[in-house]
Write a protein that binds this ligand. Sequence first.
Ligand SMILES: [Mg+2]
Length: 185
Amino acid sequence: MHTENNRLRPAAFLDRDGVLIKDTGYAFQVDDLHVLPGVADTLKELQKRGFLLIVISNQAGVARGYFSEDDVKIFHQELSKQIEASSGAKIDAFYYCPHHPQGTVKSYAIECDCRKPGTALLKEAARAFHIDWEKSFFVGDRSSDIECAINARIRGFQIFSDQYVMHENPHANIKALSDVLAYLP
Ligand SMILES: [Mg+2]
Protein backbone atom coordinates (compact mmCIF):
# COMPACT_ATOMS: atom_id res chain seq x y z
CA MET A 1 0.00 0.00 0.00
CA HIS A 2 1.42 3.34 -0.95
CA THR A 3 0.19 6.86 -1.15
CA GLU A 4 -0.87 7.86 -4.62
CA ASN A 5 1.86 9.04 -7.01
CA ASN A 6 4.55 7.72 -4.65
CA ARG A 7 5.47 11.13 -3.36
CA LEU A 8 7.20 11.28 -0.02
CA ARG A 9 5.21 12.73 2.82
CA PRO A 10 6.47 13.96 6.16
CA ALA A 11 5.03 12.26 9.21
CA ALA A 12 4.01 13.54 12.60
CA PHE A 13 4.76 10.60 14.89
CA LEU A 14 2.65 11.05 17.97
CA ASP A 15 2.80 9.44 21.35
CA ARG A 16 -0.71 8.82 22.65
CA ASP A 17 -0.95 9.24 26.43
CA GLY A 18 -0.02 12.71 27.60
CA VAL A 19 0.12 14.03 24.02
CA LEU A 20 -3.24 13.30 22.37
CA ILE A 21 -5.17 12.22 25.44
CA LYS A 22 -4.95 12.68 29.17
CA ASP A 23 -2.47 10.23 30.69
CA THR A 24 -4.61 8.37 33.21
CA GLY A 25 -2.29 5.34 33.38
CA TYR A 26 -3.08 2.23 31.33
CA ALA A 27 -6.28 3.72 29.90
CA PHE A 28 -8.25 1.25 27.82
CA GLN A 29 -11.90 1.93 28.59
CA VAL A 30 -13.67 4.47 26.45
CA ASP A 31 -14.85 6.26 29.61
CA ASP A 32 -11.19 7.02 30.37
CA LEU A 33 -10.58 8.58 26.96
CA HIS A 34 -10.15 12.34 27.29
CA VAL A 35 -8.74 14.14 24.26
CA LEU A 36 -6.57 17.03 25.41
CA PRO A 37 -7.62 20.59 24.58
CA GLY A 38 -6.47 21.84 21.17
CA VAL A 39 -5.38 18.41 19.95
CA ALA A 40 -8.09 17.79 17.34
CA ASP A 41 -7.56 21.21 15.72
CA THR A 42 -3.79 20.81 15.76
CA LEU A 43 -4.08 17.45 14.02
CA LYS A 44 -6.29 19.04 11.38
CA GLU A 45 -3.72 21.78 10.84
CA LEU A 46 -0.87 19.24 10.60
CA GLN A 47 -2.88 17.33 8.02
CA LYS A 48 -3.46 20.54 6.06
CA ARG A 49 0.29 21.09 6.03
CA GLY A 50 0.75 17.64 4.49
CA PHE A 51 1.81 15.59 7.50
CA LEU A 52 0.78 11.98 7.96
CA LEU A 53 -0.64 11.45 11.45
CA ILE A 54 0.85 8.31 12.93
CA VAL A 55 0.37 7.29 16.54
CA ILE A 56 3.24 5.34 18.14
CA SER A 57 2.37 3.97 21.55
CA ASN A 58 3.76 1.59 24.17
CA GLN A 59 0.86 -0.45 25.53
CA ALA A 60 2.56 -2.61 28.14
CA GLY A 61 -0.84 -3.07 29.78
CA VAL A 62 -1.31 -5.93 27.34
CA ALA A 63 1.82 -7.72 28.59
CA ARG A 64 0.81 -6.96 32.17
CA GLY A 65 -2.58 -8.56 31.62
CA TYR A 66 -4.58 -5.39 32.27
CA PHE A 67 -6.30 -5.44 28.88
CA SER A 68 -6.22 -7.16 25.50
CA GLU A 69 -5.06 -6.08 22.06
CA ASP A 70 -8.73 -5.95 21.07
CA ASP A 71 -9.32 -3.42 23.87
CA VAL A 72 -6.46 -1.32 22.50
CA LYS A 73 -7.92 -1.44 18.99
CA ILE A 74 -11.41 -0.48 20.14
CA PHE A 75 -9.95 2.37 22.19
CA HIS A 76 -8.03 3.62 19.15
CA GLN A 77 -11.12 3.45 16.94
CA GLU A 78 -12.95 5.59 19.47
CA LEU A 79 -10.06 8.06 19.66
CA SER A 80 -10.07 8.35 15.86
CA LYS A 81 -13.80 8.87 15.85
CA GLN A 82 -13.71 11.62 18.47
CA ILE A 83 -10.88 13.48 16.73
CA GLU A 84 -12.61 13.29 13.37
CA ALA A 85 -15.97 14.37 14.81
CA SER A 86 -14.33 17.32 16.49
CA SER A 87 -12.12 18.77 13.72
CA GLY A 88 -12.31 16.51 10.67
CA ALA A 89 -8.71 15.32 11.13
CA LYS A 90 -8.10 11.68 10.25
CA ILE A 91 -5.38 9.72 11.99
CA ASP A 92 -3.58 7.73 9.30
CA ALA A 93 -2.37 4.85 11.46
CA PHE A 94 -1.94 3.52 14.95
CA TYR A 95 1.05 1.38 15.86
CA TYR A 96 1.49 0.04 19.37
CA CYS A 97 3.84 -2.23 21.26
CA PRO A 98 2.01 -4.73 23.49
CA HIS A 99 5.20 -6.15 25.03
CA HIS A 100 7.09 -5.69 28.27
CA PRO A 101 10.05 -7.75 29.45
CA GLN A 102 8.50 -8.03 32.94
CA GLY A 103 5.00 -8.79 31.66
CA THR A 104 2.84 -11.43 33.29
CA VAL A 105 1.29 -12.68 30.04
CA LYS A 106 3.95 -15.05 28.80
CA SER A 107 3.55 -14.51 25.06
CA TYR A 108 4.02 -10.74 25.48
CA ALA A 109 6.75 -10.84 28.13
CA ILE A 110 9.66 -10.39 25.77
CA GLU A 111 12.48 -8.02 24.94
CA CYS A 112 11.33 -6.52 21.64
CA ASP A 113 12.43 -3.89 19.15
CA CYS A 114 9.07 -2.17 19.03
CA ARG A 115 8.85 -0.84 22.57
CA LYS A 116 9.99 2.80 22.52
CA PRO A 117 12.80 3.87 22.45
CA GLY A 118 13.01 1.06 19.89
CA THR A 119 12.15 2.09 16.35
CA ALA A 120 10.49 -1.02 14.93
CA LEU A 121 7.06 0.65 14.89
CA LEU A 122 8.45 3.53 12.83
CA LYS A 123 9.98 1.01 10.46
CA GLU A 124 6.60 -0.67 10.18
CA ALA A 125 5.09 2.70 9.30
CA ALA A 126 7.79 3.13 6.68
CA ARG A 127 6.60 -0.04 4.97
CA ALA A 128 3.05 1.31 4.75
CA PHE A 129 3.79 4.93 3.78
CA HIS A 130 6.43 6.76 1.78
CA ILE A 131 7.87 8.89 4.53
CA ASP A 132 9.98 11.97 4.14
CA TRP A 133 12.16 11.41 7.23
CA GLU A 134 13.95 14.72 7.02
CA LYS A 135 10.74 16.65 7.60
CA SER A 136 9.23 14.19 10.06
CA PHE A 137 9.16 14.59 13.81
CA PHE A 138 8.06 12.92 17.02
CA VAL A 139 6.09 14.43 19.89
CA GLY A 140 6.06 12.66 23.25
CA ASP A 141 6.03 13.36 26.93
CA ARG A 142 8.55 10.74 28.07
CA SER A 143 12.26 10.62 27.72
CA SER A 144 11.88 7.33 25.84
CA ASP A 145 9.88 9.14 23.14
CA ILE A 146 12.77 11.53 22.58
CA GLU A 147 15.26 8.62 22.58
CA CYS A 148 13.07 6.95 19.95
CA ALA A 149 13.20 10.13 17.83
CA ILE A 150 16.98 10.30 18.21
CA ASN A 151 17.29 6.61 17.28
CA ALA A 152 15.20 7.31 14.17
CA ARG A 153 17.21 10.49 13.42
CA ILE A 154 14.18 12.76 13.47
CA ARG A 155 13.36 15.77 15.63
CA GLY A 156 11.88 14.96 19.01
CA PHE A 157 9.67 17.44 20.83
CA GLN A 158 9.04 16.73 24.48
CA ILE A 159 5.93 18.02 26.15
CA PHE A 160 6.68 19.26 29.66
CA SER A 161 5.47 16.77 32.20
CA ASP A 162 5.51 16.77 35.96
CA GLN A 163 5.37 13.00 36.12
CA TYR A 164 8.23 12.05 33.83
CA VAL A 165 11.93 12.80 33.60
CA MET A 166 12.75 15.42 31.01
CA HIS A 167 15.22 14.36 28.33
CA GLU A 168 18.43 16.39 28.34
CA ASN A 169 18.53 16.84 24.60
CA PRO A 170 15.16 17.19 22.90
CA HIS A 171 14.88 19.26 19.73
CA ALA A 172 12.66 21.50 21.86
CA ASN A 173 10.40 21.40 24.86
CA ILE A 174 6.80 22.40 24.32
CA LYS A 175 3.80 22.83 26.59
CA ALA A 176 1.23 21.14 24.37
CA LEU A 177 0.97 19.51 20.94
CA SER A 178 -0.24 22.75 19.36
CA ASP A 179 3.13 24.41 20.14
CA VAL A 180 4.81 22.18 17.58
CA LEU A 181 3.17 24.11 14.74
CA ALA A 182 5.49 27.08 15.34
CA TYR A 183 8.50 24.88 14.46
CA LEU A 184 7.10 23.62 11.17
CA PRO A 185 6.79 24.98 7.66
MG1 LIG B 1 3.13 9.43 26.85
